[in-house]
Design a protein around this ligand. Structure first.
Ligand code: ATP
Length: 491
């Protein structure tokens, strides 16, 4: 049973130290969140699992970490300055400002998500579109709002100085494209190969919300996979979709809560020839099935758009250079065919925060104990659990037991994340660890002093096993082993 709604996770996350509303001492900052001691571990585990799967597990992917603030020209030639915008409207009644295409009545019936064949402003003026806050149809025309965050570089910069204007990156992908040749030549790579990057991105979303699902500052795990111009691009999109579904299943997500969405042609980003989104059921409480889903990640065929756009020699159909500012040509020379070309790109782009939210929702479960009390158990895959083992003394007033428990915690720490806790009765301590997803509780009792053994309690079954202290690390490590992810043999 997954969480019944996002609110259940918001409350658990705050109560147990996963995620806190940001800037709370000043009344908060709309839709900004801080990750607490357990949240940061969970995020790190998701990122690590992704990195290990792609960069270490395969032989054809390298990693990089590029700057968040890049030369402004990167965003001019990537097309983001001209096209990275959402439609915005204001409500004349309640003064709310909203993203227009998310409002009831914006799309004609049967055209959900398809912008062709109608004039949005005509529909707005005709009173067909409703304010999400007050229900009024007295809305302004829509206008385009660029979502890139602007900043100024340098001490002397005055506001609006175009020479100093820079942006916080809205995607990590461009840092990969502009480093394509650096990586390819230094690592002596041949196409096909990929470059992976994980890091923060920023979008000035008009309507952020739903906890960590849509925020203005978020983290992405993006990979650009460079292939030949005559590769089977559309098929490769399907292959990457399948691989990611396997990865998400490995993280513990129920495939019944995942589905695919083929993005309609009219909704494709300016660089994409095909995009398939993997959707997660973030809103199981909504009665209409089609409103239960939101994008978890997207897999796009970006063609050679970006490499060509950033290249000094690339030309358009009329033979004119498309970039007069670039000093480098990002084309690739294929030794085997003696041909030079701009590689095409398949891009799986996933969000760390949306993955974390999906993982938390799917792991949430409730169980009644033998006293009839309801307990929350977070059935996180052990690999993702923030804490792997909690070492609990059965009697905290017995120095020998406390000493033994602390020594066990210290001995485990180099091989796995362990904590010591004596701040409550054993029932309460177990319940607390269940609720944060700790797979194992290790209890030190009076008998432990004599037989040098401890009790290992399993989070999901609540079954207990007696294990020798000398075998404990190996026993736990065996049960924590990483999930298997299928990697095609050809790679
Ligand atoms: P959406 O349509 O939901 O705004 P998108 O299609 O613009 O998302 P992409 O540009 O494909 O998103 O970005 C790749 C991934 O980055 C998304 O699938 C999502 O996981 C994550 N992401 C994008 N925008 C946000 C955001 N504002 N907050 C949190 N994660 C985000």
């Amino acid at each position: 049973m997954p969480a019944p709604n996002i609110d259940t996770i918001v409350s658990l996350a705050k109560r147990r130290g996963f995620v806190f509303p940001s800037s709370e001492v000043y009344g908060g900052l709309g839709s900004a969140w801080d990750y607490g001691p357990l949240g940061v571990e969970l995020c790190n585990n998701v990122k690590q699992s992704w990195w290990q799967w792609l960069v270490y597990g395969r032989d054809d992917i390298e990693g990089i970490d590029s700057s968040i603030i890049l030369n402004r020209l990167v965003w001019k030639y990537s097309g983001h300055e001209a096209t990275f915008h959402d439609p915005l409207v204001d409500c004349r009644e309640c003064k709310s400002r909203m993203r227009a295409d998310k409002l009831e009545g914006y799309f004609p019936e049967g055209a959900a998500g398809n912008r062709e064949g109608f004039d949005a402003n005509e529909r707005l003026r005709a009173g067909l579109v409703k304010c999400a806050q007050c229900g009024s149809t007295n809305l302004t025309d829509e206008r385009h709002f660029n979502m890139m965050f602007r900043t100024m570089l340098g001490a002397a910069a005055v506001e609006d100085d175009p020479m100093a204007l820079a942006y916080l990156r809205p995607e990590t992908a461009q840092g990969i494209f502009i480093n394509f040749l650096n990586v390819q030549t230094t690592m002596r790579r041949k196409v096909p190969f990929g470059i992976a990057q994980v890091g923060k991105s920023f979008r000035n979303e008009i309507t952020p919300g739903n906890f960590i699902l849509r925020t203005r500052e978020f983290e992405q795990m993006e990979m650009e996979y460079f292939v030949k111009p005559d590769a089977e691009h559309l098929k490769l999109v399907d292959e990457w979709v399948e691989l990611y579904i396997e990865w998400f299943k490995g993280l513990g997500l129920d495939p019944g809560n995942l589905k695919l969405h083929e993005v309609p042609k009219t909704e494709l980003a300016h660089y994409s020839k095909r995009t398939v989104d993997i959707m997660y059921r973030y809103f199981p409480e909504r009665p209409e099935e089609e409103r239960q889903w939101e994008e978890l990640m997207g897999i796009a065929y970006r063609t050679d758009f970006d490499l060509r756009s950033h290249s000094s020699k690339a030309t358009d159909a009329e033979g004119n250079r498309i970039n007069s500012d670039s000093t480098e040509d990002l084309s690739y020379f294929d030794e085997s065919t003696k041909q030079r070309f701009y590689p095409h790109v398949i891009e799986p782009a996933a969000g760390v925060n949306r993955t974390v939210l999906a993982v938390l929702m799917d792991a949430y479960s409730e169980k009644t104990n033998d006293k009839g009390e309801m307990r929350v158990i977070l059935r996180l895959s052990p690999q993702l659990a923030p804490i792997k083992a909690a070492i609990l003394p059965l009697a905290k007033n017995k120095p020998e037991i406390v000493g033994m428990a602390k020594a066990i915690k210290r001995s485990l720490q180099p091989v796995l994340r362990a904590v010591y806790d004596d701040t409550g009765g054993i029932g309460k301590l177990y319940a607390r660890q269940d609720e944060i997803g700790t797979p194992f509780c290790v209890t030190v009792d009076h008998q432990s002093l004599e037989d040098e053994a401890v009790t290992v309690r399993d989070r999901d079954t609540w079954e207990q096993e007696r294990i020798k202290v000398s075998d404990l690390a190996e026993h736990l490590q065996k049960r924590l082993k990483p999930f298997p992810v299928t990697i095609p043999e050809s790679l």
